[in-house]
Design a protein around this ligand. Structure first.
Ligand code: ADP
Ligand code: ZN
Length: 519
């Protein structure tokens, strides 16, 4: 019965005929009073999962969201369709806050958006707990997990908030990026039983993923933009400096391009964003500061000029392509040097324990670049889907190079690792295999090993690439910690025992040198 009402409101307020995958299940659970987690891809339609219950449930729905800049837009959009909503955040004056609070206390609003930082004020909590809150919706719920890519300590205050009400509100946690570990954390922190996590498929079947290696990146971008004229593209670069560099280059080529990064004034950023949203500029070069919550549906491609820092960020940014459901491309331009840039950024910006975790995520990002399996499949597996089917459209699925049997090579690498005691990184392992007389190799006596120099007909770099490949295919494992070492995984042991064959696509000559060592 309540569901019939939900369907009616979907049409009446939002103008949609039917629920999308996951929405109905989430809304039904929430209306029945179960604490629920909803994990849906970006653009999947998470907002409606709490907006419709807010209309049906008595009292008020509290929405906790970290995206202060979006609150106003969301509230305006709700008001436009006739849903009374408001927000409280640091952009308001004391007077405005007081007035709003007064209206809230008088039951004028069905929905109240707040930033999590508000929960740190005990005076504010005192006021909140007097309100008839039926539902607490936690947006971007992965921020509650130390394992998430965007942990925010103030999210931990939500738990405290929930204990304050005399009548327990229902909790709905929503996110687009939750690995199984993060999902567990969310459920644990917010009192959701694991069976109440509704996970819809992560696959975005209209996106084609592609990895481009060993190309001049500027030339690639220029050519790509020129062959896809008049189509909206976002080009993400890792630093402000790189954004400026790519922006200036494209501008010199006569391409009409915008840019966006935190080093620009608010006004200028806002102006550039509007030009892009209105299709006056079709190409936007930006750091990851751009795009949070921007609902531009016709972005046809997202290019990553550099490696992002982890798969969560990558999928979130790449996922800004094709929100209208039409075919779109997500291209990652990979050069091994980028790993150094990201590692540097991680080492600059994090506490010790967090560093290891971030480095681990970076390593998985790197595996994405070296895998020969389906790229979409890799992403889905990362987010916890079992045995996803190959997409048939990513650059690996359409790769027509023949596969060669490299079992013998793999065995050489793995057995050398075992003889070296599985205590080292990629560089020295490849030096031993290629018979280098490097000081460290000799000092450690590795020139006495039977595997010393068994691959001396190859370049050390090719051997290092082979090791990266074996790592991305999980024949080699990597310990966590700041000085990770490589070890032979169970799969790798099967290769050594001759129980498993290793196939690899025929290698092309790639010019760029690998400078990556410890990852
Ligand atoms: P998310 O927060 O999951 O990224 P949003 O809630 O912003 O996604 O929704 C993305 C888009 O999908 C919005 O434009 C929204 O209006 C639209 N949408 C949501 N639910 C439906 C539905 N059932 N049918 C059609 N469109 C929908
Ligand atoms: Zn694929």
């Amino acid at each position: 019965m309540l569901l019939a009402k939900a369907k009616q409101y979907l049409q009446q307020y939002f103008g949609y005929e039917s629920f999308r995958n996951g929405q109905e299940e989430i809304i039904t659970r929430v209306l029945s009073g179960y604490n629920t987690a909803g994990i849906m891809p970006t653009g999947g339609g998470k907002s409606i999962c709490y907006q419709i219950p807010a209309l049906i449930l008595p009292g008020i729905t509290l929405v906790i969201s970290p995206l202060i800049s979006l609150m106003k837009d969301q509230v305006d959009a709700l008001e436009q369709v006739g849903i009374s909503a408001t927000y409280l955040n640091s952009s308001l004056s004391m007077k405005e806050t007081r007035e709003r609070m007064h209206d809230i206390q008088h039951g004028i609003y069905k929905m109240l958006y707040i930033a999590p930082e508000r929960l740190e004020s005990s005076a504010f909590l005192e006021q909140l707990k007097e309100l008839p809150v039926s539902l607490v919706a936690v947006d971007e719920a992965h921020c509650i997990s130390q394992w998430g890519h965007d942990f925010r300590p103030s999210y931990l205050r939500i738990r405290h908030l929930l204990t304050q009400f005399s009548k327990q509100p229902t909790v709905l946690a929503l996110t687009a990026t939750a690995t199984p570990q993060v999902c567990e954390d969310i459920c644990e922190a917010l009192g959701i039983i694991p069976e109440s996590a509704v996970v819809t498929g992560f696959a975005r079947t209209n996106l084609s993923f592609k990895i481009v290696k060993g190309q001049n990146r500027l030339a690639y971008v220029k050519q790509y933009i020129e062959t896809n004229k008049n189509e909206a593209s976002i080009i993400y670069a890792a630093t402000r400096k790189e954004v400026d560099h790519v922006y200036e280059f494209l501008q010199k080529q006569g391409i009409c391009v915008g840019r966006y990064h935190a080093g620009m004034s608010d006004d200028e950023r806002g102006r550039q964003q509007d030009l892009f949203l209105q299709d006056d500029i079709t190409v936007m070069v930006a750091t990851n500061a751009f795009g949070m919550g921007i609902d531009k549906s016709n972005v046809r491609s997202v290019l990553h000029y550099q490696l992002p820092k982890n798969m969560e960020s990558y999928y979130q940014e790449a996922g800004r392509a094709g929100r209208d459901g039409l075919d779109s491309e997500c291209i990652l331009l990979f050069s091994p040097q980028d790993i150094q840039v990201q590692r540097y950024l991680i080492e600059q910006s994090h506490y010790e324990e967090r560093k290891n975790q971030e480095l681990h995520k970076l390593r998985q990002m790197k595996d994405y670049c070296y895998t020969e399996g389906c790229l979409q499949g890799f992403i889905l597996q990362y987010f916890g889907e079992n045995d996803p089917k190959p997409c048939g459209r990513c650059s690996n699925c359409v790769d027509e190079r023949t596969s060669v049997d490299v079992t013998r090579d793999a065995q050489m690498v793995l057995s050398c690792m075992i003889r070296m005691g599985e205590r080292f990184g990629k560089t020295i392992i490849s030096q031993v295999l290629t018979g280098s007389s490097n000081k460290k190799v000799l000092e450690l006596g590795f020139d006495k090993l039977t595997t010393y120099g068994i691959m001396k007909d190859r370049a050390a770099k090719d051997v290092a690439d082979l090791i990266d490949f074996l790592t991305s295919e999980q024949y080699i494992g990597v310990t966590s910690g700041q000085y990770p070492v490589l070890f032979v995984s169970n799969e790798g042991k099967e290769v050594l025992l001759g129980k498993k064959q290793v196939l690899r696509k025929e290698q092309m000559q790639i010019v760029q040198a690998s400078t990556d060592d410890t990852l």
